[in-house]
Design a binder for this molecule. Structure first.
Ligand code: ZN
Length: 201
């Protein structure tokens, strides 16, 4: 780990601690480390030399400078290992929380971060693990790469649309809720018996 890597890690920790708290910061970073350890484990299993293991500001990677000559199955294992380790973390946290409920508040952020990493990394787009898995499969079955590109564009558009629509629904709900609150408030103000409006804190 170089000095810059360490600075980047400290920055990430500080940012997450300030934005949320230190338990969430540790949970997020730990989930990223576990994800990359999953890939690293399979680098070791396939005797690929690891030149860099990096956890950066909201990203991480395991790098080998040597060109890889892996079978399709080995490639799939290597790419899937990261999300798999996140999934195993979720299971471990779930068991731990079930038997020792007292630790739930400490492991919940790790569990949530692992779930987010598991789901997002399996989206079959570009440099994400899911994208690499899709590319491996396309290579194996000799499919036209253009189809992969087009399906990725469709998928990205679908995700953007979904996010926008959900955000729109959220805004609409917030608007309805605030109008409701406003009406509530003005009714209390106009209370004919002249009672004081309730205290809202
Ligand atoms: Zn990964």
């Amino acid at each position: 780990m170089t000095r810059n890597d360490l600075i980047e890690l400290i920055l990430l920790f500080t940012y997450l601690t300030l934005a949320f708290n230190s338990i969430i910061a540790v949970g997020c970073i730990l989930a990223m480390v576990i994800h990359e350890l999953g890939h690293a484990a399979f680098f070791k299993i396939y005797n690929i030399k690891i030149d860099k293991f990096k956890i950066g500001f909201f990203y991480g990677y395991v790098l080998s400078n040597k060109p890889m000559s892996l079978t399709c199955k080995q490639e799939l294992n290597l790419f899937f290992a990261g999300p798999l380790f996140n999934f195993m973390t979720i299971c471990a946290c779930f068991l731990l929380g079930t038997f020792f409920p007292i630790v739930i508040e400490y492991i919940a952020p790790l569990m949530a971060a692992s779930l987010i990493l598991f789901v997002t990394n399996l989206i079959p787009i570009g440099g994400l693990d899911g994208g690499r898995i899709a590319l491996s499969l396309f290579n194996k079955f000799n499919l036209n790469k253009k189809i992969l590109l087009y399906s990725e564009i469709v998928l990205i558009s679908a995700i953007i649309t979904f996010v926008n629509v959900s955000f729109g629904i959220f805004l609409f709900a917030a608007l309805v809720f605030s109008i409701d609150l406003f009406l509530d408030e003005s009714c209390i103000m106009k209370n004919p018996r002249g009672e004081l409006p309730h205290t809202k804190v």
